[in-house]
Write a new protein. Structure first.
Length: 241
């Protein structure tokens, strides 16, 4: 009728778009965003002397990327040598034709890489999209627990990376006695093995393991520290390496 003639039909993103960070979905463009659109988010590496990091692109509403739909991936290189925390920007841009371009830039060197995904590539059917949205609603409580476990593991992984970066410092290494070095290396190795053997560990168990490692490594680190070991209380997100 007459009242409908000025109705504006807007193209929107049917599912959220983002990248993998330590197994978690870091959403960059939320579901139902009007296109064209462009959004950028800053990330940091979680280990020292990183040369490359993988940018893995997903769509979906679940907090764990394994439950979402993989769209593609590419490798970003050009990080300068040094400690963890190297910043890189990831930009998602969708044009009027629905073509998604994902680009990443290393802040320190301006090295860039990108990936273009046409809306016909691996396109989900309307039924698939509806199913994924429904599953996100159905598994809300389970997903909250899974995301909490993932965040706890990421926090522990970041702490381990910070200790390793500290140990890689030549000045620190020279000032440590062998017993101290061995104690930290054993603690890191044991924690790595525990993480590998307990992929579904509960949050309390992961946090207890982190506290255990901190109590072993912390006093030694404090004896030799000139800068704080990096922890995860930061505004940026970390990539999994």
């Amino acid at each position: 009728g007459e009242e409908g003639k000025d109705l504006l039909l807007l193209d929107i993103t049917p599912l959220s778009l983002g990248i993998d960070t330590t197994g978690l979905m870091s959403k960059i463009i939320p579901r139902n965003t009007v296109i064209p659109t462009k959004k950028t988010q800053t990330y940091m590496t979680s280990a020292p002397n990183v040369k490359t990091t993988n940018i893995i692109v997903f769509e979906g509403e679940r907090p764990m990327t394994k439950d979402n739909h993989l769209l593609g991936s590419f490798e970003l290189s050009g990080f300068p040598p040094g400690k963890e925390g190297q910043k890189h920007d990831v930009t998602f841009e969708i044009d009027v034709n629905g073509i998604l371009t994902v680009s990443a830039e290393v802040k320190a060197t301006s090295k860039t890489e990108s990936l273009t995904i046409h809306n016909s590539q691996g396109k989900l059917s309307e039924e698939d999209i509806a199913r994924m949205i429904q599953e996100a609603e159905d598994f809300t409580e389970e997903d909250k627990l899974a995301a909490s476990r993932g965040s706890a593991r990421a926090s522990l992984t970041v702490y381990l990376g910070g200790v390793r970066a500290f140990m890689d410092d030549d000045g620190v290494s020279a000032s440590m006695i062998g017993e101290e070095r061995e104690k930290i290396q054993t603690a890191l190795k044991d924690c790595d093995e525990w993480l590998a053997q307990n992929p579904d560990a509960e949050v309390d168990d992961v946090e207890a393991k982190k506290k255990e490692v901190e109590e072993l490594c912390g006093p030694i680190v404090l004896n030799h520290v000139s800068a704080p070991v990096y922890d995860d209380d930061d505004e940026f997100e970390f990539d999994e390496l």
